[in-house]
Write a protein of this length. Structure first.
Length: 385
């Protein structure tokens, strides 16, 4: 029995990138369930935000851009961003009737018959003419490997497992990594821990002054150039530097953000440098970032020799049916918004140009200028009070 379901577009992931894409699909006449589906393996709305540590309050995030068509206003800055964003995304999905299917884990995407793609999931198979991959990075924490790492008797954890500073009370903690997460962990943990040590591979670059549009554009252009060449994308901080805000300044003055060079090896008791220096530790916290969660695309062989997928705009150069939204230059809330719109525009063109298959579902109608939320939820900030 063949119970493969056919749609025009499958969106994988219901974070900022997937929801923005779904919004633009709806807005241009694609019907959820009939023309497109959104599949997400997380248990609830919120994308990766639902898993962020409780002490990452809404006031501490760098600037969360609202999704298209519905503002996020009056959010309480002292509440965990995990809660604020999850509520906002849930309201958004309802308002635009996006009908996200969850938990549905996409395991593999393969070439199907008649120019279609087969999306194999924990809940059966979808056959689709185009794919928007919006799976983010949270599911692929990056752990570097160091000599002796397996011998360490203390605890090792990654940012993805960090739940707040209290559990480090009285412990000697080493934080690895020069990004925003690493510095935030240090500032939070220092008042609780017996000692903290910050190690990074490269000298951290602090950025004076506000993050303006020019800086943003320059950062995006740098990452864009990498993905155009088929190299793995870099994190935004690696190109923008760390903002020198009051908390960071205080951390530098207090000696909490006194960066040490990366250690060369790990021992049962701690870490060591090749010059003979050793440091005892109870915890190594790897704030070493994330990689794109795209293993399910492996059967399509999109990766270049450089290790990344070559992308032009949001389209995979090797396969115009596939768009990567929230990948590389669009891996920010504002970037994901724009990329969702661009991907949908491109896909509409592709579907119009490509002959349809015999078992084709109903054609999407002409684009409407805008869609109104299905219910009168304009923001969720006050709902939380
Ligand atoms: C700690 C931290 C703080 C950040 N702060 C900011 C900030 O302040 N401002 C900003 O602009 N950006 C910030 N970012 C970057 C931010 O994550 C992105 O901007 C944006 O939220 C990512 O959205 P996304 O939709 O691409 O990914 P996600 O939110 O990760 O959503 C991806 C979704 O795909 C699903 N998924 C993954 N794999 C599969 C699969 N195989 N099958 C089915 N579903 C799958 C996941 O369940 C998830 O729901 C931060 C990142 C981190 C790690």
């Amino acid at each position: 029995m063949n119970n493969t379901r056919e749609v025009e577009v499958v969106v994988i992931g219901a974070g900022q990138a997937g929801l923005s894409s779904a919004y633009h699909l709806r807005r241009t006449g694609f019907e959820p369930e009939r023309d497109f589906v959104v599949l997400d393996h997380s248990p609830a709305p919120g994308g990766a935000w639902q898993f962020r540590w409780p002490s990452l309050t809404y006031g501490k995030v760098h600037g969360m851009h609202a999704l298209p068509g519905m503002e996020l206003t009056d959010a309480d800055p002292t509440r965990p961003s995990a809660e604020v964003v999850a509520e906002y995304f849930a309201a958004y999905e309802r308002a635009f009737d996006l009908r996200v299917r969850r938990p549905v884990d996409v395991r593999a995407v393969r070439e199907g018959a008649g120019g279609r793609l087969l999306v194999e999931t924990s809940d059966g198979t979808w056959s689709t003419r185009a794919l928007i991959n919006a799976t983010g990075t949270w599911d692929r924490p990056f752990w570097p490997r160091y000599r002796g790492q397996e011998t360490f008797r203390g605890r090792q954890l990654h940012t993805a497992q960090y739940r707040g500073p209290e559990e480090f009370a009285g412990l000697r903690v080493i934080v690895v990594g020069g990004g925003a997460s690493g510095t935030q962990h240090l500032l939070e943990i220092a008042p609780y821990a017996a000692t903290t040590t910050w190690v990074t591979r490269r000298l951290p670059v602090f950025r004076e002054g506000p993050f303006n549009e020019d800086l943003g554009r320059a950062a995006v252009a740098l990452v864009e150039e990498r993905v155009r060449q088929g190299l793995p994308p870099k994190s935004v901080v690696s190109v923008t530097g760390l903002p020198l805000n009051d908390a960071i300044r205080q951390g530098i003055d207090d000696g909490v953000l006194d960066r040490q060079p990366m250690f060369d090896g790990i021992t049962p008791e701690g870490v060591e440098w090749n010059d003979g220096r050793r440091l005892a530790a109870d915890v190594i916290l790897w704030a070493t970032g994330f990689r794109a969660a795209i293993d399910h695309l492996a059967p399509l062989r999109l990766r270049e020799a450089g290790g990344g997928i070559r992308v032009e705009g949001t389209r995979a150069v090797a396969d115009p049916r596939i768009h990567l939204v929230g990948y590389g230059p669009s891996a920010s809330t504002i970037g994901a918004n724009r990329a969702g719109r661009a991907a949908v525009r491109d896909i509409r063109r592709l579907l119009a140009e490509t002959p349809t298959q015999p078992t084709e579902p109903a054609q999407p109608t002409e684009p409407a200028d805008s869609i109104e939320p299905a219910e009168s939820v304009r923001s969720v900030g006050s709902a939380a009070a």
